[in-house]
Design a binder for this molecule. Sequence first.
Ligand SMILES: NC(=O)c1ccc[n+]([C@@H]2O[C@H](COP(=O)([O-])OP(=O)(O)OC[C@H]3O[C@@H](n4cnc5c(N)ncnc54)[C@H](OP(=O)(O)O)[C@@H]3O)[C@@H](O)[C@H]2O)c1
Length: 305
Amino acid sequence: MPYKARNIPTFLVTGSNGQIGFELRRSLAPLGNVIAVDRAACDLSRPDALRQLIRLYRPDVIVNPAAYTAVDKAETDADTAFAVNGTAVGVLAEEAKALGSLLVHYSTDYVFDGRKQGAYVETDAVNPLSVYGRSKLAGEQAIEASGAQALVLRTCWVAGAHGRNFAKTMLKLGRERDSLRVIADQFGAPTTAGLIADVTAHIVARHWLGDGGATFAAGIYHLSAAGITDWHAYASEVLRYAASLGIALKTDPGAIVPIPASEYPLPAPRPANSRLDTSKLRETFDIHLPDWQQGIHYLLDQILS
Ligand SMILES: NC(=O)c1ccc[n+]([C@@H]2O[C@H](COP(=O)([O-])OP(=O)(O)OC[C@H]3O[C@@H](n4cnc5c(N)ncnc54)[C@H](OP(=O)(O)O)[C@@H]3O)[C@@H](O)[C@H]2O)c1
């Protein structure tokens, strides 16, 4: 029988230099043509240019990890935050709908107020505390209103080898300072950008490309690593593991001082509970989510070796 080439799907990935965007360039590469665009090539605050770009490439899958993620700055820059996290996401969704393409979008635990006891499920009431959280919620709502086929992955406490994050900050401070004080009354699961990108690729490959989207279970899903910790315990684990790799530290990993969030005020309030229940994602898409320590150790091996 003659060899028949299959159609190779095209992915458009925004925010290609962000933590998740960087990893998507790797994880989506075996699935098709990846057109990864940074802010200079695709500025989400310019909706007309965004539409033109999508109409030019006609991607089978639009993947949108780009976002206005400066949580504190957003408090005084709401217009830009809403333009990028709300309006632009609506444009992506409308264009995806018109093309019959899949939109993959990332959202956040910050849509919740963090007052729930226990892990948040997808259907829990939203109540963002910050401008950033409200702007991300606007993006979710724009997708819903568009009727596009979309996978919205709400995640939390993201850390990647490429970009800025809490783990890297703790490593830097641990090398520079004799003592550290870190918040111990906010809870979540550190989740690597690599895991998020791999889960995205798995879902798209097995559940969208597999049967042309005919049975795709579109919707909002919670995605985080397994387990739960607080910032203080997370920082302690980062320094402990770094020390085990022979990294010279000034801070004793066992002597980081736990403090309440009230002693470290920031412009934007953060939810005290960022715990996400991932059952829906795991059961719908047949995904195993490793413990957060496994991902963070892998990340530290990448950064420090
Ligand atoms: N980081 C977290 O802890 C966290 C937690 C929950 C959810 N999320 C969500 O996960 C997604 C990815 O987060 P991340 O940690 O990968 O973010 P990130 O590292 O801050 O990357 C965001 C990317 O978006 C780009 N961007 C910002 N404004 C833009 C604009 N106007 N047009 C085009 N691109 C623009 C940035 O470009 P520049 O490189 O030029 O700045 C950056 O590359 C976001 O949707 C975020 O809301 C993140």
